[in-house]
Design a protein. Structure first.
Length: 178
């Protein structure tokens, strides 16, 4: 967060936005969702004039949806992820789709819709699993959600895969701590 804050004071607006996005992501890591939401909204409102900036803005919208779900505004988060998924290309933006489906899963989970959350996280696990962090996160949530819907064997499979494929990661350590 310290280094991302330095980027936010850059004289170049594009670098400020990139720093704000990374700072927002690190704020999510500290579970400070309301603060992260403010930063994601700032980035999402930035006028994207290049394809790189458009990806940055889309990534911010996925983060925004995640924070909406974590702060009790799941319906708004689901609507935002639905729009992201509809408006982007899954063939060229796989990382964005992984983030969007994970955000959607968080929204469904906070809205007490475990089956819909499972479907969202399965999109990341089975289709958009090229981003290691997003895939590890989906496995973490799936291991919990499968337990909620009385599928202990699938929960164990998700935990095992998380531990085998992503040892030492944030999500694997979080899984072990529980």
């Amino acid at each position: 967060a310290e280094y991302y804050t330095i980027l936010t004071t850059s004289p170049w607006p594009e670098l400020q936005i990139k720093g704000t996005l990374r700072l927002a992501n690190s704020t999510v890591g500290k579970a400070e969702f309301a603060n992260a939401l403010i930063m994601f909204e700032k980035v999402a409102a930035f006028p994207a004039t290049t394809s790189l900036l458009q990806r940055t803005v889309s990534e911010a919208k996925a983060g925004q949806a995640r924070c909406l779900g974590a702060t009790g505004k799941a319906a708004a988060g689901i609507a935002l992820t639905d729009k992201l998924i509809k408006d982007n290309d899954p063939k060229t933006q796989k990382e964005l789709f992984a983030q969007a489906y994970n955000a959607q899963g968080i929204c469904y989970r906070s809205n007490k819709q475990p089956k819909d959350a499972i479907l969202a996280f399965l999109h990341t696990h089975l289709i958009f699993n090229e981003s290691a962090d997003a895939h590890a996160e989906s496995l973490y949530h799936l291991s919990q959600l499968w337990t909620e819907v009385s599928k202990a064997d699938r929960a164990q499979d998700s935990k095992r895969l998380l531990r085998e494929k992503y040892p030492g990661t944030f999500w694997e350590q979080k899984s072990r701590a529980e």
